[in-house]
Design a binder for this molecule. Structure first.
Ligand SMILES: *Cc1c(COP(=O)(O)O)cnc(C)c1O
Length: 392
């Protein structure tokens, strides 16, 4: 099946599948070979040329999911981010990046770009004017991330794409938090879509991978650099990822539903000071989210009332684990200040509104009543402990 005219779950299940001609098995065979014949063949195949049979199959699936002409898969999300950016930037060029970015991307830009003579600016905010204000004579790329990490701010895809088109700039988005289930940026005029497939595409916290999707022309440019950088993914992981994506549509929809229910629930608790979720009508960017997202995603963040101890709360949870990373079928929490944003200075965190007590919640597919009960018992336990220590 090669068409992207089919519906989401049909694409997830079938596009790019390899036929088992020998045994007629139901699923794609796994080709682990790193050595292929070079004579009398159409394609010279090699893992680092990104063209083994399993890689090609999975790339077709991801391209179809993102309404793109072509895609490439990488050994990690950061391999995808760095290769895409470097393919369109050279010494003397300038890139405008959204202020709120994944920590790894922020570090890549801050620690590496000046070594290569690439100039960069971070926007001061998320609205159209903030992007326009940073564009210079030598700007080549605008790089965004929406919903953002960890405050789930929303950047207007159409608005950013139209500014870029007027000035002939390439737009790139990190679409990891939304997943292709909830948001297809190419439909809104964005040029290049990047994913950490370690997150929703993998979905079971057991795969590290990345992906980029765009036009064939842009992907060819990225491929020319990718084969030199060498960030290809092993075929075994490619095969596992293809298997994982088959259920991505139903997983992410369950996570959307749970996250919305959880956001409403937390919002109604008096022990919770604030909830950030783009699906809440009270969220600052709810209207833009509604315009460009099919679902609001499985990520939210919240703060306890200031008198409650956040780390005691996290330790009191029984079902919901405190753990790095996100997007697995299991619910997890983390403190951005202690993990994903630990390398960022306290001033920059404060500037971006990331409070020390902020908790980022990756909502899984468990029964929502069990998740709510876990939150309630942990809050009770924190308050009980605090009463005990006051009485002592
Ligand atoms: C995890 C993540 C990345 C980096 O992906 P890795 O697979 O860890 O390299 C990039 N962007 C976002 C939004 C992420 O959550």
């Amino acid at each position: 099946m090669e068409t992207n005219q089919k519906g989401l779950n049909t694409i997830c299940t079938h596009v790019g599948e390899l036929e088992d001609k020998q045994h007629k098995g139901a699923i794609s065979p796994l080709y682990m070979s790193t050595s292929y014949a070079y004579e009398d063949v159409d394609v010279k195949r090699y893992p680092r040329y990104f063209n083994t049979p399993n890689q090609e199959g999975l790339c077709k699936k991801i391209a179809a999911l993102e309404h793109a002409e072509a895609a490439l898969i990488f050994g990690s999300g950061m391999a995808a981010v760095s290769t895409a950016l470097m393919a369109f930037l050279r010494a003397g060029d300038h890139v405008v990046l959204q202020q709120a970015l994944y920590g790894g991307t922020y570090n890549l830009v801050n620690e590496e770009f000046s070594k290569y003579g690439i100039e960069y600016s971070f926007t001061n905010g998320w609205d159209t004017a903030a992007f326009e204000a940073e564009i210079k004579e030598n700007t080549k790329v605008i790089y965004i991330e929406t919903p953002s990490n960890p405050l789930l701010t929303i950047t207007d895809l159409e608005a950013v794409a139209s500014i870029a088109k007027k000035q002939g700039l390439i737009t790139m988005i990190d679409n990891t938090f939304a997943s292709p289930v909830n948001q297809n940026p190419i439909d809104f005029g964005i040029d290049i879509v990047i994913h950490s497939a370690t997150k929703y595409m993998g979905g079971h916290s057991d795969i590290c991978a990345g992906a980029v999707a765009s036009t064939s022309e842009n992907m060819n440019r990225i491929f020319q650099l990718a084969k030199n950088f060498g960030g290809s993914l092993s075929d075994y992981t490619v095969w596992l990822l293809e298997r994982s994506i088959k259920t991505m549509g139903i997983r992410v929809k369950a996570q959307n539903e749970n996250a919305l229910a959880m956001a409403l629930f937390l919002d109604g608790l008096e022990d919770i000071a604030s909830v950030y979720y783009p699906g809440l009508p009270t969220h600052r960017d709810h209207a833009i989210a509604k315009k460009q997202m099919k679902g609001f995603g499985g990520m939210l963040s919240f703060e306890l009332q200031p008198h409650l101890d956040t780390s005691k709360f996290q330790k009191s949870l029984k079902l919901i684990k405190s753990s790095m990373s996100l997007a697995g079928v299991e619910s997890t929490l983390l403190s951005p200040t202690k993990t994903s944003h630990a390398l960022m200075s306290a001033e920059v965190r404060a500037e971006q509104g990331i409070a020390d007590g902020l908790i980022r919640f990756s909502v899984g597919i468990e029964e929502i009543e069990d998740l709510k009960e876990d939150i309630v018992q942990a809050l009770k336990s924190v308050k009980r402990e605090m009463r005990v220590s006051i009485n002592n």
